[in-house]
Design a protein around this ligand. Structure first.
Ligand SMILES: [Zn+2]
Length: 148
């Protein structure tokens, strides 16, 4: 079964919302977690049993679900800087990010629970998410300029 078919069947079984949550959670840690959450493993288990597929392991999970669930673009890997807190606190952009461009990942948030942290980290991002983010940023900057 090819990766596209597996993704489609996954959406069929769980619905788009659960699918999005499953995929976005794979990529919301910087660096990536070294194992899946229990609930993700359960979803995969049930899914593979349902369609009679050999269990999808950690590596294969990332190779099957390497697509932005919003835009369908294959994800790319890049090294980005790690930053503190919210980069755009005044523009109100951050709140919209999870809905409109969840995989832009132009930088990565610092994990405050760690003692030492590198300056940069590998992330996976969606090209289309970055375009949406840039367009929104430009719009907001324009609005702000007119106001002052
Ligand atoms: Zn995207």
């Amino acid at each position: 079964m090819d990766r596209k078919t597996i993704r489609e069947k996954f959406v069929e079984m769980y619905g788009q919302e659960q699918y999005n949550r499953f995929v976005l959670t794979l990529y919301d840690s910087f660096p990536l977690r070294d194992k899946l959450f229990y609930w993700q493993e359960q979803m995969l288990n049930d899914f593979c049993e349902e369609i009679n597929l050999e269990m999808i392991d950690y590596e294969n999970t990332y190779s099957v679900f390497n697509q932005c669930p919003l835009h369908g673009d294959e994800l790319n890997m890049e090294i980005v800087p790690i930053v503190d807190g919210n980069t755009y606190p005044d523009l109100g952009l951050y709140q919209t990010s999870s809905n409109l461009f969840p995989l832009s990942n132009v930088n990565a948030p610092r994990d405050l629970e760690r003692f030492s942290y590198p300056e940069e980290v590998e992330v996976y991002y969606c090209e289309e998410c970055r375009k949406v983010r840039l367009a929104l940023l430009a719009e907001l900057v324009l609005k702000n300029n007119y106001r002052h």
